[in-house]
Ligand binder design. Structure first.
Ligand code: ADP
Length: 280
């Protein structure tokens, strides 16, 4: 297992190791993005001049303390909020609003439509976006099977556990075949054991499909487990403090020294010391 390396503004590669074949450029570019909320009384700056590039099939984690602007950043990438400064480009084109190329999974368990079954929930956005019924059904069944809900296709959300609802929300997003899957603290409301299982399932799903993921969390351990690259944001207003690679940790490596060292290193960055302040 390789040791974690810190990446500070590594320039985008434009050729492969042989120096000839072009390497795919960034899928998503966030450049100098400042995000603000205007309230009747004051202006809240959520992020200040945040920049990073995300490449295809990366598992990119945005990590930082509560209130540092992680969710706001994700909403801007989703197209719900416009930057007051800077640019967000997807495949080189400016993000100007929400689109089916960026599907979001939230923390809340009530993101499914309660009057629709699992399969109907998963089919819904595809049907809304003009996917023919037969194709939508086939894609929905495939997505539901991948997240382990094949036996629950005709079940309504109120009969599902929290973890199963999140699996359904993930299947619904993935069935749309988005360019990027956006996840905003998706496991924040789950108990520790379910959360750990869901993290492993997400990694398994990524192994199967190799999608591009942007995952927001305030948990250092979760960031290190889920991410292949981690942007560490400073406290409010959020600025990128560092970008790090995570080598990927198999289940039994998470008790090991390399894992703890990386967690402690990030903890030191966030809290100004090297003690283990993991926020779970
Ligand atoms: P995080 O996801 O890192 O916890 P948020 O993106 O939710 O942080 O919030 C960043 C900052 O923006 C915080 O100071 C928060 O209070 C503020 N904020 C978030 N949403 C709103 C809103 N709708 N109106 C005004 N301020 C907001």
């Amino acid at each position: 297992m390789t040791q974690a390396r810190e990446l500070v503004r590594v320039p985008a590669p434009d050729t492969d190791a042989s120096g000839t074949a072009p390497v795919a450029g960034p899928l998503l570019q966030v450049g100098g993005v400042t995000l603000q909320y205007k309230t009747p009384d004051h202006l809240v700056t959520a992020t200040y001049r945040v920049s990073f590039d995300i490449y295809p099939a990366e598992r990119f984690v945005i990590l930082g303390p509560s209130g540092c602007g992680k969710s706001t950043l994700l909403k801007a990438i989703a197209g719900f909020i416009n930057p007051v400064e800077g640019k967000i480009l997807l495949k080189g084109r400016p993000v100007t609003g929400p689109g089916p190329d960026r599907m979001m999974v939230f923390q809340e368990f009530d993101q499914l439509l309660p009057w629709k079954t699992v399969i109907q929930n998963v089919m819904f956005p595809m049907r809304e976006n003009g996917v023919p019924r037969a194709e939508a059904r086939a894609r929905a069944h495939d997505a539901v099977r991948r997240v382990g809900l094949a036996e629950f296709v005709d079940v309504y959300p109120h009969m599902l556990s929290g973890g199963m609802k999140q699996r359904c929300a993930i299947a619904r997003a993935m069935a749309m075949k988005p360019d990027v899957l956006l996840m905003d603290e998706p496991y924040g409301s789950l108990d520790a054991l379910t959360r750990r299982r869901m993290q492993d399932e997400l990694l398994q799903l990524w192994d199967d499909i190799r999608f591009t993921l942007i995952f927001v969390t305030h948990s250092i351990e979760e960031a290190v487990i889920v991410g292949s690259r981690i942007a560490v944001l400073s406290p409010h207003p959020g600025q990128v403090r560092a970008e790090l690679n995570s080598p990927g940790f198999a289940h039994d490596a998470r008790a090991g020294l390399a894992f703890q060292n990386l967690v402690n290193h990030i903890s030191g960055m966030l809290f100004g010391d090297d003690s283990n302040h993991t926020s779970r």
